[in-house]
Design a binder for this molecule. Structure first.
Ligand SMILES: *Cc1c(COP(=O)(O)O)cnc(C)c1O
Ligand SMILES: [Zn+2]
Length: 388
């Protein structure tokens, strides 16, 4: 195992990686796992991965679980990077790619984070896991907790897509519906967790979901022949995937697997919930809570994110940006993507296709660039939105 310690993303304080914990004990900001990359570089090279299993556990040396501990797995990760040729042609982009995360267990990329986080929580002795969710994180926690033989307590807004609620129940989780938003669900867990003995699995409030999500970055590099694209469009809620990918890029550069070039990273949010877009445009370092958050893209309905300062830093440093898409456009473009590419994308993924059109027309992206869109989930979980 190459994990050395956890480091605070804000004040830099070191924390012991062998202890089950959430945020920095000094400043209450997210903790990042840190590895001995010199040692990693001695045992693996870029070529090592070619013959390994497809799942994200192929990157075992840069994941936190000790080598002799069995991961809790359903085969997550290893999703295809598909060329979106027909949609690309329709907008004049010849190198448009789609990372199809709907092919993960529980049909969303939340599986990546939860596979690693549940594996670590079990390894470090947790027995009862709790999570606030806007939808897909609940299903993923329920699945991995079941597989690990642990209890899952899931708090979701009462207007979460029905598929998410039913999925969690059928996977044996305790589901509590809250008349409010994901932030209210998080507050309920925070209030009760000590008395109930729950370990809080909130995104970026525990250190290992980001490690699962960072494998998106490793896979992207590997699938593009250890080059990164020019542009990444990422549908942003809590931001774990964006933050995780950026972490992966830095780790791969440290390992000498890629150079210093980075994609321009764009956050795509819903016009009814766009705290990061607002903060980006206002040039602020953190994002204020977005009032009256609403959107059918439930994964984007995160009015306040603890990793806001990390996301904003990445968007600026990469030369990217942040953009909103309205719900009607997400729903409308789903069929355009589906009919062109054969994939029923989630509204969150659809939003990125709509954003691409806007970014092409305002000159933020040029047509000869290599662009990657993340389809983070499946349209099948959102049937209520496609009633007509
Ligand atoms: C959670 C979720 C997102 C947002 O992901 P973050 O890493 O929290 O920003 C996007 N799309 C779908 C389908 C999701 O479930
Ligand atoms: Zn700190």
């Amino acid at each position: 195992m190459f994990l050395t310690h956890l480091e605070c993303t804000s004040c830099g304080l070191r924390h012991d990686a062998a202890t089950l914990q959430n945020l920095c004990r000094e400043c209450q900001k997210p903790l990042f796992p840190t590895y001995d990359f010199t040692a990693v570089g001695r045992v693996v090279t870029r070529e090592s991965f070619a013959t390994r299993e497809k799942s994200l556990w192929r990157f075992r040396e840069v994941l936190p679980l000790p080598a002799d501990v069995e991961p809790i797995t359903l085969g997550e990760g290893g999703t295809p990077l598909l060329q979106a040729r027909r949609f690309g042609e329709s907008v004049g982009v010849s190198q448009l790619f789609l990372k199809d995360e709907s092919q993960n267990p529980t049909q969303s990329f939340k599986a990546r984070g939860m596979a690693v986080a549940v594996s670590m929580a079990k390894h470090l002795g947790a027995t009862r896991l709790a999570v606030p969710t806007a939808g897909n994180a609940g299903g993923a926690l329920a699945a991995y907790a079941a597989r690990a033989g642990l209890e899952a307590y899931i708090f979701m807004p009462s207007d979460t897509p029905r598929a998410n609620m039913i999925e969690c129940r059928e996977l044996g989780a305790q589901v509590t519906l809250i008349d409010g938003l994901i932030t209210d669900c998080g507050a309920e867990i925070a209030k009760r967790k000590t008395a109930e003995g729950w370990f809080d699995m909130s995104t970026l409030k525990e250190p290992y979901r980001v490690e699962g999500k960072k494998t998106l970055g490793y896979e992207l590099a590997e699938q593009l022949g250890w080059e990164l694209p020019d542009v990444v469009l990422y549908p942003t809620g809590g931001g774990t995937g964006l933050i995780g990918m950026w972490k992966a890029f830095n780790e791969m550069e440290t390992l000498g697997w890629i150079g210093s070039q980075r994609p321009r990273m764009f956050s795509v949010q819903a016009s009814g919930c766009a705290p990061i877009v607002r903060a980006f445009e206002a040039a602020s370092e953190t994002a204020a809570e977005f009032p009256d958050a609403h959107t059918v893209a439930s994964g984007l309905r995160v009015p306040k994110a603890i990793g806001d300062f990390l996301m904003l830093r990445i968007l600026r440093k990469s030369g990217g940006g942040a953009i909103t898409v309205n719900d009607a456009e997400m729903i409308r473009i789903t069929r355009e993507v589906g009919a062109a590419e054969g994939l029923f994308v989630a509204p969150e993924g659809a939003a990125c296709f709509a954003a691409l059109k806007t970014l092409l027309s305002n000159g933020s992206i040029s047509r000869d660039e290599r662009v990657v869109i993340f389809n983070t989930g499946s349209g099948i979980k959102y049937l209520d939105c496609y009633a007509q």
